[in-house]
Design a protein around this ligand. Structure first.
Ligand SMILES: [Fe+2]
Length: 391
């Protein structure tokens, strides 16, 4: 049950991680692209303004063009190229008939980007009517310099400033999916090692062991319900003592499994209505050791071993299997002992009826249990009674 439930949580988390990584990547990719294109546009626009006002509104250059003074023109064009290294080509062409703009027009054929400039004198009044200056920029050179993740080329699906562009390989849908999947896979491996090797495995093994407990339950119906109650009561005592979550988890698992060693106790002894003989009691007394031996086989549950092994130890050393005293008994085992006795006394047994919680508590106050935990039971008795009533 645990495994199935966690498997789904695991798969859904992995899918969510895929989606989140992909969406975050796409979001930032787009933002970055927009930002890069704005930078690109600013660079080109500044260059166009500079060339227009600085060179193609300049009487001397206008006159040089009119008289076809190639030497002067070449010198001026060289100066322009020095101003902006991304300018690839400058030439003088015949003006196209549809050139209605006042100073310049930026054009593109989907791949190249250029501007046509009208050629004025320095006052911006006199114009060469039939000539225009053609200036082309190295667009991908600019993009490379600003580290842009797009490239302009014909056949690109997106357009910017009449240029067709597409994202470079790193930013394509394929690579986004690829990197998201790789990121997701990496996270899955990490999650797998964390969940499967610890939590999932613990639950899997707990589930396997719970089946064993249910086998004990078939021999002894009391044990299965008792184990659930002990787990709940022990956890509530632990909560009242402000134990850490990890310790509460140990209490819960150990509570469920504390009597697993009863699998080795014959059915007729477990369900005997009368008093047990000394020999029979000796057999019963083996169950903490048998239980601890079973749990040692499951490395992920090794933390429950001392709790199960010592849950019948008593504060005055009268318990079994080792006769430990006071603080020699681990705190979680002392909590489990109190939960175990409380549930046993307040449940019907083959040889006696259930005691009232208040009577059980009075009896427990005289028993060699850790009285700190008994007083917690007393202080919150109604909560513990309700807990037992919950199925
Ligand atoms: Fe027990």
């Amino acid at each position: 049950m645990y495994l199935t439930r966690y498997r789904w949580i695991f798969v859904i988390s992995a899918l969510l991680i895929f989606m989140i990584v992909a969406l975050v990547q796409i979001h930032y990719q787009r933002k970055m692209e927009q930002y890069q294109l704005r930078v690109f546009q600013t660079i080109v626009q500044r260059s166009v303004d500079l060339v227009s006002s600085g060179y193609f509104q300049w009487t001397e250059l206008k006159e040089a063009i009119e008289r076809n003074d190639e030497e002067f023109m070449e010198e001026a064009f060289e100066e322009i190229r020095g101003l902006d290294p991304y300018i690839k080509e400058i030439k003088i062409l015949n003006v196209p008939p549809d050139f209605k703009e006042e100073y310049y027009r930026i054009e593109s054929d989907g791949e190249r980007l250029w501007a046509l400039f009208k050629i004025y004198d320095s006052m911006g009044e006199e114009l060469i009517p039939d000539k225009t200056a053609y200036v082309e920029w190295d667009v991908n050179g600019i993009l490379d310099t600003i580290g842009a993740s797009v490239m302009f080329q014909k056949g690109g699906k997106k357009t910017f400033w009449n240029l067709e562009y597409k994202s470079k390989a790193r930013g394509s849908w394929f690579s986004i999916s690829f990197w998201s999947s790789l990121g997701g896979l990496f996270l899955i491996v990490v999650l797998h090692s964390i969940f499967v090797r610890s939590i999932l495995r613990t639950h899997y093994e707990t589930e396997g062991l719970e089946r064993l407990v249910s086998i004990v339950g078939k021999k002894d119906h009391y044990t299965a319900e008792h184990s659930r109650n002990v787990a709940k009561i022990a956890c509530l005592i632990g909560e009242k003592m402000n134990l850490k979550r990890k310790e509460l988890k140990i209490l819960e698992i150990a509570g469920h499994l504390h009597d697993i060693g009863k699998i080795a106790v014959p059915e007729h002894i477990l369900n005997k209505p009368g008093k047990l003989s000394d020999e029979e009691f000796e057999i019963i007394k083996k169950h903490p050791v048998v239980g601890a031996d079973i749990l040692r086989e499951y490395p992920e549950l090794s933390f429950t071993v001392p709790v199960v092994l010592y849950h019948h130890e008593r504060m005055d050393g009268s318990g079994y299997p080792l006769g430990l005293k006071d603080k020699e008994i681990p705190i979680l085992a002392r909590i489990l002992a109190v939960a175990d006795v409380f549930d046993a006394l307040t449940s019907d047994r083959p040889y006696r009826k259930a005691m009232k919680p208040e009577d059980a508590l009075s009896l427990m106050k005289k028993m060699p249990l850790d009285q700190k935990m008994v007083s917690i039971l007393e202080k919150h008795l109604s909560e513990f009674i309700n807990l037992k009533l919950q199925k």
